[in-house]
Design a protein around this ligand. Sequence first.
Ligand code: KIV
Length: 271
Amino acid sequence: MSVHKEYKKITTKRLFDMKQAGAKIAMLTAYDYTMAKILDASGIDIILVGDSASNVMAGHETTLPITLDQMIYHAGSVVRAVDRALVVVDMPFGTYQGNSKKALESAIRIMKESGGHAVKMEGGEEIAESITRILSAGIPVMGHLGLTPQSIYKFGTYTVRAKEEKEAEKLIKDAKLLEELGVFALVLEKIPAKLAQKVAQNLSIPVIGIGAGAGVDGQVLVMHDMLGMTKDFSPRFLRRYADLHTIMSEAFTRYINDVKSLEFPNEKEQY
Ligand code: KIV
C-alpha cells in the first residue's frame, strides 16, 4: 500500500507539497478502465494516459500516429475508473507544436471530453507559447524533456539524451523555463542520473524520471513494460514487477486445450 494513501485525492498542489516534504511520487501509465481501476485502488499518485498507447495498445512503431480522438477515448476510459489519482493526458503529436491556438483547442477538447485533470507536452522553449496559452485557460501542464519520443525522427535513435554538455545545458535552461512558465511537474526521460538530480535540486516543482536515476522526486514506467507483458523491450532502466506474459500465455493455452478436449465447460458451468 502506498505511503500516501491517506490523501483523499491527488492534486497538483499535493504533488508540490510531496516534493517539499521529500516524499517520492509514483506514476504509471494506463489506457483502459479495468487496468486503471486496479492501479488507482493500489494507491498510485499519478496515472499517465501516455501516447505510448500508440505502441502498446495500437501496435505502432512510434508514438506519432495516435490521434487526439484516440487519446480522448483512452483518457475517458481511465478517468471513469479513478477515484484518487491525478490523471494526466498526453497531448499527441501534431496537436500543439507550432500553433498555440490549436494547442489550446486540443487541450480544451482533452479536458472537456475525457475529464482528465492535466495535460503533458513534450519540449521546452520551442513550445513555450503553446504552454503559456494552455496554462492561461486554467489547464495544468506537465512538461517532458530529455528523450521526447514524438521527436524520434529528429533524434534518429532512442539512446540516452543530454550526454553532451551543449544538450545538457539546453535541458537545464528548458527545465527552468518550464518552471517559470508555470508547469506543475516535469518528466525527464532517459538522461544521465547526475544531470536529472541537478535539475530536480534546482526546481521547486516535482521532477518525475524514467531512466533518469534515483535523484529525482518520483518515477514513471509504462504499465505493460513493468508488468512484463512486453517481451521485446528491455532497456536498462526497466524493472519488471511481474511476468504477465508467461502467466497470460499459460492461461490462454490451458483454455484452448480445455475447449478442444471438451474439459470446458463442465456440468457446473452450464445452465
Ligand atoms: O507516453 C508515455 O508513456 C510517456 C512516459 C514514458 C513518460 O510519456
